[in-house]
Design a protein around this ligand. Sequence first.
Ligand code: 5RP
Length: 219
Amino acid sequence: MTQDEMKKAAGWAALEYVQPGSIVGVGTGSTVNHFIDALATMKDEIKGAVSSSVASTERMEELGIEVFDANDVASLDIYVDGADEINGEFDMIKGGGAALTREKIVAAIAEKFICIVDNTKDVDVLGQFPLPVEVIPMARSYVARELLKLGGDPVYREGVITDNGNIILDVHNMQITEPKEMEKAINALAGVVTVGLFAARGADVLLMGTPEGVVKKAK
Ligand code: 5RP
């Protein structure tokens, strides 16, 4: 089974959590693209979606799914999104697709975070995947110096501007044994918009595609 087949299986498995008549929070990435394809089969049964990126909005609109502004929605039952890494506590690294800030906002609005991944994302300790940090452009060098002090090696993601007009620093060589503390520390740096650690608000349900099928775990 290929990695993409495992992503597809996880994405389609999330459909069973979608309630008729609801508005669904939708993440970003190649795994979520499979979920969006699945969601399109229910487009006449749901009200629509709140999107975490321009890319997901465009894909959903092409498939006829109505996309609502997050400001017009008081709550969401579920938010479905992928991850770059997830540990046994359901803490995650996200932001490989540079959509971390909007992802965190939509996740915050939702009651339940359903994480869809293939089995390569399953880790004991977060940090092998470089940790993305969205930064206001004028703070780039300052934040990079502070990230060095926190033990990481920040690398500017060349040529990438987020949907919010900011830049991304990818922090290499981190062993994140205390994800909640690290999330707080990085978020507190002046000029940081969002760190791609999702620990204060981690996942509630994990759907992991494996060669043996989709493994479901809930907190
Ligand atoms: C985008 C994300 C994605 O969820 C993460 O990068 C996983 O992507 P993929 O499903 O393509 O492996 O956080 O900002």
